[in-house]
Design a protein around this ligand. Structure first.
Ligand code: SF4
Ligand code: SF4
Length: 502
């Protein structure tokens, strides 16, 4: 080996490779054990012990032997900081870091060690089959491209054109290749169509690289990431929606580190887009049969903990009349389903499965239906209770079927292009009378909904107010004007003008 090659380190191979922040973490730990108690792999009965490996790091520093290994087999005479057996069951869920009162970053050590294991030593639990699957097929499920093409055809998913305002629907490996999740994709399509959202999918999509990075294959991650970034630029994607929190996190937080242009992309989770559409009253939802029975909602780690999003799925489920069961670990304290770090496709050869404790919690909640917001969670927790669904499936079943009233060209009076006016589900004559009365006092003014609420002294939900105002537009008493993307209402003084009608 040349002198240059010998200098190259591929992750945390030896104690001397440990960066200063991780060294500081070793010393800062107050030994409270919160990280270990929150670790789903530990709770499931595995040897992984976050406090244990942080304290092992402290002992390694004190020993003053910079060439001692960080990662190694359990049986070795000088115990490593992290054992291969322990590292093999980590799902990178982040629960250890989230609960730490002194800000210890366990993931730096875990991912750095995984990189050393995968790229340098090649020993221990290395996800070789997973890497090979990605290398040969471009997707985590090792399915031929024809499977995806067939699914796109069967579901009649439109192709992305790069037009202004169009969303790129990023399917990810599971929605793209797992036929069991076809109802979820179909449901999301139904919701986008109902809200008249312009969207399309790409034929060329490959794995975003998330799990390759978590399994230490940084080279494969960077290759996949660069290919995807180039594809997004080439197709002129500006807005991306995906059901996969792993794709979301990687594209939103990690791609900009490789390419500054990726920072300009707007990337949202499908639950966030659905919540926006429901708030804007473009997605009319109501309980299908009066009310849903109690539902358990499982927060995905990469949505709730890494992306901090726990409100949007709950808000849109509430809009559909769903009441949620309480789980002992929910929101940002969610317990991992076991799918992280490619756990959804890796065969568990060492240690115990990570999903049983979460399944037990869901069963104990008494819920008959489980709703997830991640294709991996849906795979891992399938059949935990009578029915497991993606959030889009439940919402599609709650969709009020209404006919669009009409559409008109954007920019002038009337409904903007691609925007739907729904017939009101329930008119509110009293509210409409107050709005009209207020406009009679301000005959020349154009107002947005919040101005109307303030001047008419009404307190009601914004969606009900919009409902009432839109109905008045439909009746020809108000007209709708659009400026800079905003919706303004004003008195339709020229009541006979058909141009101003919807
Ligand atoms: S990331 Fe999750 S599985 Fe890994 S050590 Fe931390 S809590 Fe345990
Ligand atoms: S939670 Fe933080 S301080 Fe507590 S034992 Fe774990 S690493 Fe140490």
């Amino acid at each position: 080996m040349s002198e240059e090659a010998a200098d190259v380190t591929l992750g945390l191979e030896a104690v001397k490779d440990v960066p200063w922040k991780t060294r500081l973490d070793f010393l800062a730990c107050v030994e409270c054990r919160r990280c270990t108690d929150a670790c789903p792999a530990h709770v499931a009965g595995n040897v992984l012990d976050p406090r244990g490996f942080i304290l092992a790091g402290r002992r390694a520093l004190a020993a003053g032997k910079p060439d001692d290994v960080v990662i190694g087999p359990m049986a070795e005479a000088a115990p490593p900081v992290l054992t291969e057996e322990a590292l093999g069951v980590c799902v990178t869920c982040g629960a250890c870091e989230y609960g730490c009162p002194v800000g210890v970053e366990h993931l730096q050590l875990l991912i750095g060690s995984k990189r050393a294991q995968t790229l340098a030593s090649g020993r221990g639990v290395v996800a070789a089959d997973f890497f090979h699957a990605i290398e040969s097929t471009g997707n985590a499920l090792a399915r031929p491209k024809a499977d995806r093409a067939k699914l796109l055809k069967e579901l009649e998913l439109p192709r992305f054109t790069g037009a202004d305002g169009e969303w790129l629907l990023w399917l990810g490996c599971i929605w793209g290749f797992n036929r069991d999740q076809r109802p979820a994709v179909a449901a999301f399509k139904q919701l986008l169509d109902a809200a008249q959202v312009p969207y399309g999918v790409l034929d060329e999509e490959v794995c975003c690289g998330h799990h390759s990075r978590r399994q230490g294959e940084e080279v494969q991650f960077q290759d996949l990431a660069r290919r995807t970034i180039e594809l997004l630029h080439e197709k002129k994607a500006r807005k991306i929606v995906t059901a996969c929190p792993h794709c979301l996190h990687t594209m939103r937080r990690e791609y900009p580190q490789l390419d500054g242009g990726a920072a300009a992309l707007e990337i949202v989770h499908h639950a966030q887009l659905l919540e926006r559409l429901a708030t804007d009253r473009r997605l009319p939802l109501r309980p299908a049969d009066g009310a849903w029975e109690t539902v358990a909602f499982h927060d995905p780690c990469y949505l709730a903990r890494y992306e901090g999003e726990t409100a949007a799925p709950r808000a849109v489920l509430a809009a559909a009349g769903v009441s949620l069961a309480n789980l002992p670990n929910q929101g940002a304290r969610t317990l991992c389903c076991g799918g992280g770090a490619a756990g959804f496709v890796r065969e568990i050869r060492h240690g115990k499965r990570v999903d049983p404790p979460r399944r037990d919690e869901i069963v104990a909640s008494g819920a008959k239906r489980l709703v997830t917001a991640c294709p991996e969670c849906r795979m891992m927790l399938d059949a935990a209770v009578e029915q497991t669904q993606d959030i889009a499936e439940l919402l599609a079943a709650s969709l009020v079927r209404v006919e669009p009233v009409s559409t008109a060209p954007a920019g002038g009076h009337g409904v903007g292009e691609g925007e739907t006016m729904y017939k009101p589900v329930q008119d509110d004559p009293e509210l409409e009378a107050k709005i009209l009365q207020m406009f009679e006092h301000h005959p020349q003014e154009e107002m947005q909904l919040l101005d109307i609420a303030g001047k008419a002294h009404v307190s009601c939900k914004l969606c009900d107010l919009r409902h009432a105002a839109d109905h008045l537009v439909e009746e020809g008493q108000l007209c709708l004007c659009r400026h800079g993307g905003g919706r303004y209402y004003k008195l339709d003084e020229d009541g006979a003008s058909q141009d101003n009608r919807i």
